[in-house]
Design a binder for this molecule. Sequence first.
Ligand code: PLP
Length: 401
Amino acid sequence: MNTTFKPADLMQDNQHFGEFGGVNPSISDSATYTFLHAQTMMDTFEGKQGGCYLYSRHSSPSNLYLCEAMAAMEGTEDANVTGSGMGAITTTILQICGADDHIVSARTIYGGTYAFLKNFLPKLNIKTTFVDITSLAKVEASIQSNTKMLYCEVMSNPLLEIANISELAKIARKHNIPLVVDNTFSPLIMSPFQMGADIVIHSLTKFINGMNDTVGGVVCASKDFISATKNVNNGAAMLLGPTMDSFRSSSVLKNTHTLPVRMKKHSENAMYISERLEKDGARIVYPGLKSHKDHELFKSMYNEEYGFGGMITIDAGTLETADAFMEMMQDRKLGYLAVSLGFYKTLFNAPGTGTSSEVPLDEQKEMGLTQGLVRFSMGLDNNIERTYQGIKQCMIETGII
Ligand code: PLP
């Protein structure tokens, strides 16, 4: 358990006034910026002059405010926000890896990341070995002389396995490769950079924004790495162009101020539902339950005040039962049958046919992802006992319990 790092305090101290004394920073509504002297423009282009804005694909004041908040949250020197989580993931990977390189990745990761590694990167002759990230011996054995990156999610999607970040960081360090971690499922709860990860990525689309009104992403890392991704000559972020729009970054920034309270409530609600449904006989996976295989590991890593997160999976047995269960819950206003997570309303989907459908069926089976698995992202429901009774009733009526 981490007792010293206080991410919410660092975020709270990140205070900026608006142009006319507003309590929110002004929005930079410009794609390009003027210079009083041509020489300053030249120097800015060449990276010799800091403090000036050139063009919003590179950086903009609004984006930098959000970058500061995200760097404070992870305790990194710097950050760069992108137009989507995939924008953050793909630019990071392409910044680090080139032709003939190799990646070692956890096999249980978001389907889009899995598809990028498995189907897209081979076009550039970048190959990936997918491993069971909970087996440190297998991880180390998969590293080759051309391996350039170790990649995982702290809490995996959708199986909620926990990656032992400090041990993985030791392996990465030993082989002189960066450990790149997607912390989308557990913002504030886990601080991977503090445990030794080199680069931390989030899809802002999920808990961090929390409103489901935009997609967004962020890469949190050292100043050197972030600057390299923004280099006008060879930076992946600058040249692939996944920039976030200023209006969006200013709206996401406002929502980061409620993230600590929201995360606590997501976790409180998920714990309430999990404990009760487990007692009712549901096959339920939640890191806060003693029955979760990585419960103790989670406790050794987390920032305790934020709990065990908002994600739960329930095994409904078959896809047909899972579908009937989810439709019934939606009809009864318990949440939405929708992909994604981290929303104020509860969302549920069957990842085998939804968010992990990019993973072939035989591989899903091998990693323990059954077709009847229902993934829940618990909402901020005020009366969680009422929600629990509603979900339980649907489980009884569909024969799950
Ligand atoms: N990482 C994880 C763990 C995700 O669940 C997702 C999307 O579901 C992403 C990354 C991709 O983020 P985005 O949809 O914002 O591109």
